[in-house]
Design a protein around this ligand. Sequence first.
Ligand code: THU
Length: 136
Amino acid sequence: MPLTPQQLAQLMEAAQKATETAYAPFSNFHVGAAILTHDGQLFTGCNVENSSFGLTNCAERTAIFSAVAAGALSAQHDLVAVAVVHREGAICSPCGACRQVIFEFGPAAVVIYRAHSGEIAQTLARDLLPEGFRLR
Ligand code: THU
């Protein structure tokens, strides 16, 4: 289902706010994410880098994992929307790992991000990750 303008604005604002706590001393690329769950709850996350670079967690996964830990995401269609923003508005589309994690809880979720064109895109998770992996 398409998001209302109010939902979109709320997600973008929350994602922007989440950039403020990003821990990104290595890339200096501060990212925030906000997600909306099926029961109307909003969770946020930021990227968390590590001296061992490969351990970095993206903002989208931080938000999703927080929601799972809070008991708000457990089934295939629980995730309604994900917004991701860079602190200064740079192009920032979800990485492949995040696409797979988004797909787990919401193949029909709307993903909002600044696309390579420079426009803010709203794309369904299943279109960002065709044939996403699924065990169940
Ligand atoms: N990053 C995110 O948090 N989300 C994205 O959608 C793309 C990349 C982070 C990971 C890393 O901390 C930094 O941005 C640079 O890759």
